[in-house]
Design a protein around this ligand. Structure first.
Ligand code: BGP
Length: 481
């Protein structure tokens, strides 16, 4: 079955703060992840606005892509990548977020990275903001809670579009924007990283602040999409969402209704705004019942209407169940970003993320039916412990199995009729985990010799999955064996 279209964008995904390192090099300023300590699945990361002597901050060196980009991109090229998803670190360009002139050294770095990608036949796919808010904006405006941050974002985003529009065709505005709809449970550090709230230890985490912050992000996203459409009509501007099915635990109508409610708030609300251009009516009741009042300025509605995205992208890792019965909620899925009740039919990763390939087919169909926009799966992968054998080989069959099963379901969805443009597997090279700050939670096709205590040579090596993905790309997804 020829499932995937010609020119299908096979590739991998990363984020600047999780792999670049060089956190204070060439004029880069401090971003929220730079003041986050490491953690584990059971020990949350801590935010320390003043750096602590002797504490390890995983973003500071990460895997040092900053000084290894040529080697890394060559390895992506060897696998046959057609695209590479990465983000630009806002603080390389505007170190505190408040400057009016960009830092040329930061721009020059991305020129080199994009040129290197293009030389290997790889199209960069760029996230403008991937959990990398300048800490200067947290101090000045409480991050996205302050409306002023929209102007700072626009200074940064127009600057990178003006500079790179002829090297980068595909852009995403905000990574996993819908994480702002809920307090992030087990992964509380994500609350800070997102820059909605929680990054200022002196200010409480509140739903009100998160939804106001989200509104500011919607306006910022629409403004930059509008700007791109007006100035560079050849560019494709996308949203980015974490999509997680919320299955009803039983066929009790209470569970069905709860599933609909959770799906609306988490999975549909943000994309309804970004794809349709207005707030969905179901949010009125949700806001009223939760005491949330989103302040909008005159003109916002028009901006949202005029700044809808060209394509829909999402990350997909897991699914959840919901139950209206409070007693059943005791079976919470540990470590899961989104939280929820355990699904008895699914297995989970070592970090408690429930593995559900068929949920990806379901999600692709649901999204396609709702928006009829071309789509990309821009994150999907398995965080796992890898063992390096004596001869240096790494037999990550569990990762191959995970990816194979998800790609099979993508093929099913394409056969169902969805328009799928590409797939970028998350963490194509080992990098720092966003939720726990660990290196031990490895995703890559490429192993990096770097450990949670900060030691390691940073040497790169190919895992078994590297050769497997190379074959998948070479056959355009036909040979998944
Ligand atoms: C997504 C984020 C990524 C990435 C991924 C895996 O939520 O967009 O930045 O980190 O999850 O999560 P983790 O790193 O916590 O394992």
């Amino acid at each position: 079955m020829a499932a995937f279209c010609d020119g299908f964008l096979w590739g991998g995904a990363t984020a600047a703060n999780q792999f670049e390192g060089a956190w204070d090099v060439d004029g880069k300023g401090t971003a929220i992840p730079d003041v986050l300590t490491g953690g584990t699945v059971s020990t949350p990361r801590r935010i320390t606005p003043e750096l602590e002597e002797g504490t390890l901050y995983p973003s500071h060196e990460a895997i040092d892509f900053y000084h290894h980009y040529e080697e890394d991109i060559a390895l992506f090229g060897e696998m046959g990548f057609k695209t590479f998803r990465m983000s630009i670190a806002w603080t390389r360009i505007f170190p505190t977020g408040l400057e009016t002139e960009p830092n040329e050294a930061g721009l020059a770095f991305y020129d080199k990275v994009f040129d290197c990608c293009l030389a290997h036949g790889i199209k960069p796919l760029v996230t403008i903001s991937h959990y990398e808010m300048p800490y200067g904006l947290v101090e000045a405006y409480n991050g996205w809670a302050g409306r002023e941050t929209i102007d700072c974002f626009m200074r940064y985003a127009t600057c990178v579009l003006d500079r790179f529009h002829d090297k980068v065709e595909y852009w995403l505005t905000f990574n996993e924007i819908n994480t702002g709809t809920r307090k992030m449970g087990a992964s509380s550090s994500l609350g800070c990283i997102r820059g909605f709230a929680g990054a200022r230890p002196d200010l409480p985490e509140q739903a009100q602040t998160r939804f106001q912050g989200l509104h500011h992000q919607f306006v910022a996203s629409a403004l930059i999409v509008k700007y791109a459409h007006e100035h560079y009509p050849e560019l494709k501007m996308g949203n980015m969402e974490i999509f997680s099915p919320f299955y009803p635990l039983t066929c009790n109508p209470d569970d069905i209704l709860l599933s609909q409610q959770e799906t609306r708030i988490f999975d549909w609300f943000c994309t309804d705004v970004q794809c349709r251009g207005y707030y969905p009516s179901y949010m009125r009741r949700y806001f009223a019942e939760n005491g949330i009042e989103v302040k909008m300025e005159p003109g916002d509605a028009e901006i949202l209407r005029e700044g809808t995205v060209d394509f829909y992208t999402f990350s997909y890792y897991m699914s959840n169940c919901v139950s209206a019965d409070p007693e059943k909620n005791a079976g919470n899925v540990s470590g899961n970003i989104v939280g929820g009740v355990k699904n008895p039919y699914l297995k989970a990763s070592d970090w408690g993320w429930q593995i559900d390939p068929k949920g990806l087919r379901w999600a692709l169909n649901e999204i396609w039916d709702r928006y009829q926009l071309p789509m990309m799966v821009v994150e999907n992968g398995l965080g796992a412990y890898d063992t390096v054998e004596e001869d240096g080989s790494i037999h990550d069959t569990y990762r191959i199995d995970y990816l194979r099963q998800h790609i099979e379901q993508m093929a099913e969805a394409v056969a169902d009729g969805v328009e799928l443009l590409g797939y970028t597997m998350w963490g194509c090279i080992d990098l720092v985990s966003a939720s726990t700050g660990e290196m031990a939670k490895r995703y890559g096709f490429i192993y990096v010799d770097k450990h949670d205590d900060g030691t390691g040579t940073l040497a790169r090596s190919r895992k078994d999955s590297f050769y497997w993905y190379q074959k998948v790309i070479a056959t355009n997804g036909e040979d998944l064996s």
